[in-house]
Design a protein around this ligand. Structure first.
Ligand SMILES: Cc1cc2nc3c(=O)[nH]c(=O)nc-3n(C[C@H](O)[C@H](O)[C@H](O)COP(=O)(O)O)c2cc1C
Length: 311
């Protein structure tokens, strides 16, 4: 019997395909739609200490290359309710979800992360994700904390001290050199897992009729099919660098993409931009396709993880 159930940081996911942070907007309603579509887990959108209005509209656009919808660009800018209003919303999401919920927090400084981590001790998520990699807020906040190995590790250590046994995973950016080194520093400071990757860029699309950038903020993070080779290489580098398990994401749309991501080293696979093209049922489609793939190839999910490194 083929099983898709996957253990990650002490939680059991019914299948390895999860909603990444920020793809769904309202908590809990939009997030629960992923579970209804078959997602094996839900990551909540990144919570910030204060409420944020986000960037000017439009914030999310489709990127067409040679006429084909191959990517998404976003400059959402972490629009959200902030910590005080966010806590009851996240508690509600956790209560109503039947699959594991990962809560994501984003701070501009170590003390921001400490304040958010305190708040999360009341929320008690199965796993806490540190967004060390958001590209859409750097002009306001300075460079993301996760750009350097030392700062990334310092944030992990500070948060671990506050949340005790709660598993902490670090989400890293593809936009700085040495993702493996950054992952290693997070592991050394106690991270229980690594998430790779956040969006690539920032990038820009210009409307040639209006003669100006399409996004309200002009530039934004790139996701979807067009970033998949970058994501695969980053997951590969992280797998080579650390022992802790990886959540791989970036452009996964089909079962073949998911198999490739797992062969690079991912234990769980985030599927975000593909939901904008295929809808939330992409998760059950991937679960069915993966069951068939495992059956045909007579292998298990755990054998797939990191396979390309052993070839
Ligand atoms: C509209 C949008 C909003 C996002 N917001 C967040 C966020 O709040 N926190 C975060 O860590 N990543 C955020 N991301 C990045 C995704 O979680 C994911 O890392 C990235 O989109 C790559 O996966 P994909 O190609 O499957 O979409 C966002 C992505 C999109 C498209």
């Amino acid at each position: 019997m083929v099983s898709l159930a996957t253990d990650y940081c002490g939680a059991t996911f019914p299948n390895p395909f999860i909603l990444p942070s920020g793809i769904a907007q309202n908590i809990p309603e939009d997030h629960l739609r992923a579970e209804a579509g078959g997602a094996g887990g839900i990551t909540a959108k990144s919570l910030t200490p204060e409420p944020r209005e986000g960037n000017p509209m439009p914030r999310v656009i489709q990127v067409r290359i040679d006429g084909k919808p191959l990517g998404i660009m976003n400059s959402v800018g972490l629009k959200g309710p902030g910590l005080l209003k966010g806590i009851p919303l996240l508690k509600d999401l956790i209560k109503r979800s039947r699959v594991p919920v990962i809560v994501s927090i984003f701070g501009a400084s170590i003390s921001d992360f400490q304040i958010l981590a305190e708040g999360m001790t009341a929320v008690k998520p199965r796993i806490l994700e540190l967004n060390l990699s958001c590209p859409n807020v750097s002009s306001e906040f300075g460079e993301p904390l996760g750009m350097g190995a030392k700062t990334a590790g310092t944030v992990v250590a500070a948060v671990k001290k506050i949340v005790g046994k709660m598993p902490v995973i670090a989400k890293l950016s593809p936009n700085y050199p040495g993702i493996g080194e950054i992952a290693r520093s997070c592991e050394a400071e106690g991270a229980d897992g690594i998430v790779a990757i956040n969006t690539v860029g920032p990038g820009m699309v210009i409307d040639i009729r209006k003669r100006k950038p399409v996004l309200g903020a002009k530039s934004g993070g790139v996701s979807g099919s067009i970033i998949k080779p970058v994501a695969i290489r980053c997951v590969w580098d992280v797998y080579e660098a650390v022992k802790i398990p990886i959540i791989g994401m970036g452009g996964v749309t089909t079962v073949e993409d998911a198999v490739e991501m797992m062969m690079a080293g991912a234990t769980l696979v985030g599927v975000g931009s593909a939901t904008y093209v295929k809808g939330m049922t992409v998760y059950s489609e991937l679960a069915e396709g993966m069951t068939q793939y495992l059956r045909e190839n007579k292998i298990t999910l755990s054998e797939l993880v990191g396979w390309a490194h052993r070839a």
